[in-house]
Design a protein around this ligand. Structure first.
Ligand code: TPP
Ligand code: MG
Length: 323
């Protein structure tokens, strides 16, 4: 049985991710965030449930749609906002932007803009954990298009061969930019089955009930820490906004309005709220207060940007690798 505090945390982190990204979306047109930005609105449950099941010493690594993974691993929304605005106080010192987040204190080893690029890095990190005889795991977040790159196969093969403590979490939102998965991969092939054919232990989870999803991740992560092996989880999910940017793009015609509506109807955050109230875990007034607290917290973190000075980048040469 998940304790009351965990119910609260699972709801809270999902809601925080959404409020942070809604803030970014509402401010993006001011042109102060000068980096391409991929939002996860609609997909938060996967990051929240898996992120909470990770221990601090577990490592996670992500792809271009990474704000949610960064926040769920303990990343600061203040540093995320600062990063998107190019301030030196940002999590990547203002030179990375939305697709290059890092938070080594929380073992979030980064996100990268090149599809599948972080997969071999994650596998290498898992190899280093194994060599150091550490009992932690590496969580590699990927999108559905990542399995269309050669490096995915090379990396998962190595990971399986060496019995590395790796969990791939594939957020299958059905699209790579504007192209549906049915136009990119054989129709009857399931991504998680592809991974199991390679030799990974594979699972298909759903995001409908984030509390159950947390439990599944929690059990699985415990298993991997105890018995290091390569696992692969596919979760079907859906992004509500355009591929890159803050706008609704349903009028472009590459996806059906009906589909967007269908996914919004089973929104995991709305579900979580109703679940907590229906099961008398929290009263509606308590949830509303929590929502208010989260919004105030996020507003405060965003307003902190007003205090920051224009970046000088005096020590920029110290930020690059030198031999
Ligand atoms: C190697 C490479 N090819 C193409 C691109 C252009 N690109 C950026 S995001 C993206 C879609 C990736 O889709 P998916 O992995 O499913 O993630 P999603 O955007 O759906 O979250 C593409 C093709 C890229 N960044 N890197
Ligand atoms: Mg996708």
């Amino acid at each position: 049985m998940i304790k009351k505090n965990f119910f609260k945390k699972i709801y809270e982190i999902q809601k925080k991710i959404r409020v942070v990204e809604e803030k970014i979306a509402s401010q993006y047109s001011k042109n102060k965030m000068r980096c391409p930005t991929h939002l996860s609105i609609g997909q938060e449950a996967v990051a929240a449930s898996s992120g909470l099941a990770l221990q601090k010493n577990d490592i996670s690594i992500s792809y271009h749609r990474s704000h949610a993974h960064f926040l769920a691993k303990g990343g600061s929304s203040k540093k995320l906002f600062a990063e998107l605005h190019g301030f030196e106080e940002g999590c990547s010192k203002g030179i990375g932007g939305s697709m290059h987040l890092v938070d080594l204190k929380n073992n979030f080893y980064g996100s990268t803009a090149i599809v599948s690029n972080s997969i071999p890095i994650g596998v290498g990190l898992a190899y280093s954990l194994k060599l150091a005889k550490k009992k932690n795991l590496v969580c590699i977040y990927i999108g559905d298009a990542a399995v269309e790159e050669g490096v995915f196969f090379e990396s998962i093969n190595f990971s399986i061969l060496k019995k590395l403590p790796v969990i791939f979490i594939c957020e299958n939102n059905f699209y790579s930019v504007y192209t549906h998965i049915k136009d990119r991969q054989p129709e009857k092939r399931k991504i998680y089955k592809l991974a199991s054919a390679m030799g990974a232990t594979s699972h298909l989870f759903t995001q409908d009930n984030p509390f159950k999803l947390f439990k599944k991740f929690d059990e699985l992560f415990k298993k991997i820490r105890k018995n290091p092996k390569t696992h692969f989880v596919e979760v079907e999910t859906y992004r509500y906004l355009e591929h890159c940017g803050p706008n609704d793009d349903t009028l472009l015609g590459y996806r059906k309005l009906q589909d967007v509506k269908k996914w919004k109807k089973k929104d995991p955050i709305d579900f979580s709220k109703k679940y907590l109230i229906k099961n008398k875990i929290f009263k509606i007034s308590q949830i509303n207060n929590l929502d208010k607290k989260i919004t105030n917290f996020v507003d405060k973190d965003f307003n902190y940007l007003n205090k920051l000075k224009k970046p000088q980048f005096k020590n920029i040469s110290k930020l690059v690798y030198k031999r």
